[in-house]
Design a protein around this ligand. Structure first.
Ligand SMILES: [Zn+2]
Length: 169
């Protein structure tokens, strides 16, 4: 964990990291939590093919990813799926058609700070493959890949690799 020393409340250099999820100031008793963040990953499927994205930003730039992202405050996981799929691909998803598949913990390092996430996996079935309008800052391309041919070593995140291997290997 990044070495934060100075308390944002009293300014003294007495912040202590507990090794898991919070800092505590031994001077003023201020507590700052670094809680698990919710995130969603959506398997957009058409028959036996899954839509993957190629990351265009760090971390894991160039690696394969599933559509999705972090849950915003006061948002349901389904709402996150709908919002992220529109932001990333400009596709309109019917939230009622999302099927929850399961969850796995993951770590996501951003600007040298590791975040613990809980990744919630959903499936969204589409009747036919579609062209994606890419939001180029986050995604460089999209690929439809057959469930039997997923290149597990090219996946950006362990949670997705473990999840997909357990389902499709
Ligand atoms: Zn303090």
């Amino acid at each position: 964990m990044i070495d934060l020393k100075f308390c944002p409340n009293c300014g003294r250099d007495q912040l202590q990291w507990d090794g898991e999820k919070k800092w505590n100031c031994t001077n003023c008793d201020y507590v700052l939590f670094h809680n698990v963040a919710g995130a969603v990953a959506v398997l957009i499927t058409c028959g036996d093919e899954i839509l993957f994205t190629k990351r265009n930003q760090e971390p894991k730039k160039g690696k394969l990813d599933l559509a999705g992202g972090f849950v915003d405050p006061k948002e349901s996981a389904e709402e996150t799926c709908v919002r992220e799929l529109f932001e990333e691909m400009e596709i309109n998803v019917d939230g009622d058609q999302l099927q929850y598949l399961g969850s796995l913990p993951n770590t996501y390092e951003y600007k040298n700070i590791p975040y613990n996430t809980l990744d919630l996996f959903f499936e969204y079935k589409v009747p036919e493959k579609f062209e994606v309008q890419l939001e180029v800052s986050e995604i460089s391309e999209t690929l439809w890949i057959h469930k039997s041919q997923i290149p597990f070593h090219d996946l950006a995140f362990d949670s997705q690799r473990i999840f997909l291997q357990s389902h499709f290997k």
